[in-house]
Design a protein around this ligand. Structure first.
Ligand code: ADP
Ligand code: GN1
Ligand code: MG
Length: 359
C-alpha cells in the first residue's frame, strides 16, 4: 500500500472493508473532520478522522448519526451508511485518533460554488424535504452535539473574548473587520429571541446546510443525499435557510481573495427559495417567512464572526491552508452581508413572489 502512511494502514485494516485496500487519499472540502477516500480492489469508502475537539462526545455523536440515518433510510431517503469495524463497532479508537467509515456514495458530485440556478433550486428542495422528514423525528432522542451552535449572541460573546485575548496578536491586522462585527451587534439576537418567546418554532434542523454537504447525481444533477449529519439537532428552520444562502447565493468561493468577484446573487436566492419553500410551505409559519431574507444576513454574520474569532485565536477551529485563510473567509462574508443589506427590499419581494407561486 504505497500511498498509505503506517498509522492509516493500521486504521483501515480494522474496518470491514471489502477487497484489498489500494489507496487512501485526502478528500473533500470540509473544514472540520479529516476526510479520506479509500479505494479497494472492489469498491470505495469514505474514512474520517473525527474532530474530537469540536465534537468531544463521540459516543453521542455517533448515536445521533445512527438514529438519523436509520430514520432517513426508513423514509426511503438515500443517506450515509456506516461501515462497522471488524469488531462490529460504529467507530474506531486508534492511537492517532477516532475514526469512522462510510460507504462512498457513488456517481455523485458536490459543489463548492453553485454552477447554475437550477442546481441550487434542487438543493433548496432537498433541504426543504429533509426538514419535512425530520419533523417526524423525535427530537428528545438526539443529543445536542455542539451547544449554542447557532446562538449568535453566544457566538458574539466568544468573538469578544477572542478579541480581548488577542492570542495570536492579530487584532491590529483586522480592525475594519472587527469593527464591522461590533457595529452589527444589535442584530444578533433576533432569531434566538423568537425561539425563546415561542414566536419561532423549535424544529429538528441540519444546521450546516452548505452546498458541499449535499451530494448531487452526476448525471441528472438532482440531489441524492444530504451528508455531514454531525450537527443535526434542535434548531430553527431559519438556520438552515440562512446558512444555505450564505454559501450558495455567492458568486465566489467562501475563501475568494479578490473581493470584486464576491457578490450576493439574488437570482440564486430566488431559486433556492423556490425549492425550499416549495417543500416547506405547508408547515412554515408567518414569523419564519418574514425572517427568511434576514436569516441570510444573520447566518453570514455569524459565520464571518466565527472565522474572524478563529483568526484572532490562532486558527484552532477551522482547517486552514495559510495564515490569513480565516481572515480572507471573514472578508467574503462581510462583503456578502453588505450586499444583502443593500438588496433587502428585493429579497423581501422575492419571498412574497415565491409564497404566491407556491399557494
Ligand atoms: P466536514 O465535517 O469536515 O465538513 P463532511 O462529512 O462534510 O466533513 O465530509 C467532507 C466531504 O467529503 C464532503 O463535503 C463530501 O464531499 C465528502 N463525503 C463525505 N461523505 C461522503 C460519502 N459517504 N460519499 C461521498 N462523498 C462523501
Ligand atoms: C464547517 O463541517 P463543514 O466544513 O461542513 C462548520 C460550519 C460552518 C462551515 C463554514 C461543525 O462546516 O458551522 O458554517 O464550516 N461546521 C462546524 O464553511 O462547525
Ligand atoms: Mg461538511
Amino acid at each position: 500500500m504505497p500511498e498509505i502512511t503506517q498509522p492509516l494502514a493500521s486504521v483501515v485494516s480494522q474496518f470491514s472493508f471489502m477487497g484489498d485496500v489500494k489507496s487512501v487519499v485526502p478528500y473533500g472540502g470540509g473544514h472540520i473532520n479529516v476526510t479520506f477516500l479509500v479505494t479497494t480492489s472492489e469498491t470505495r469508502y469514505i474514512l474520517q478522522k473525527m474532530n474530537t475537539s469540536v465534537f468531544p462526545d463521540t459516543v453521542h455523536l455517533m448515536r445521533n448519526i445512527e438514529l438519523v440515518t436509520a430514520f432517513l433510510r426508513s423514509r426511503g431517503q438515500e443517506t450515509l451508511e456506516l461501515i462497522p469495524t471488524k469488531d462490529n463497532k460504529t467507530w474506531l479508537e486508534a492511537p492517532s485518533g477516532k475514526y469512522r467509515a462510510y460507504k462512498f456514495i457513488e456517481h455523485t458530485v458536490y459543489y463548492d460554488l453553485v454552477p447554475n440556478a437550477s442546481i441550487f433550486r434542487d438543493a433548496g428542495a432537498a433541504f426543504g424535504n429533509f426538514q419535512n422528514d425530520l419533523a417526524q423525528f423525535d427530537a428528545s432522542e438526539l443529543t445536542e452535539t455542539i451547544q449554542h451552535f447557532h446562538d449568535t449572541p453566544h457566538r458574539f460573546a466568544d468573538f469578544n473574548e477572542a478579541l480581548k485575548a488577542d492570542k495570536a496578536g492579530r487584532a491590529d491586522t483586522c480592525r475594519p473587520e472587527i469593527d464591522f462585527y461590533l457595529n452589527h451587534a444589535d442584530q444578533y439576537s433576533v432569531v434566538m429571541d423568537g425561539l425563546a418567546d415561542g414566536s419561532i418554532p423549535l424544529r429538528v434542523t441540519h444546521n450546516d446546510t452548505k452546498l458541499n454537504n449535499i451530494l448531487m447525481d452526476e448525471t441528472t444533477h438532482k440531489a441524492r443525499a444530504i451528508i455531514d449529519l454531525d450537527t443535526v439537532m434542535p434548531g430553527s428552520l431559519l438556520f438552515d435557510f440562512g446558512d444555505s444562502m450564505r454559501f450558495g447565493a455567492s458568486t465566489a468561493l467562501e475563501d475568494e481573495q479578490d473581493l470584486s468577484k464576491v457578490h450576493f446573487n439574488t437570482e440564486f436566492f430566488r431559486a433556492y427559495a423556490q425549492g425550499f419553500i416549495g417543500e416547506v410551505h405547508p408547515s412554515i409559519t408567518e414569523p419564519e417567512i418574514d425572517l427568511l431574507p434576514f436569516s441570510a444576513n444573520l447566518l453570514t454574520l455569524e459565520c464571518g464572526m466565527r472565522f474572524l474569532a478563529d483568526y484572532l485565536a490562532g486558527d484552532t477551529y477551522f482547517a486552514t491552508a495559510y495564515p490569513e485563510h480565516n481572515l480572507v473567509r471573514s472578508r467574503t462574508q462581510i462583503k456578502l452581508v453588505q450586499e444583502m443589506e443593500q438588496k433587502a427590499s428585493e429579497t423581501h419581494k422575492i419571498i412574497d413572489e415565491v409564497m404566491t407561486e407556491v399557494q
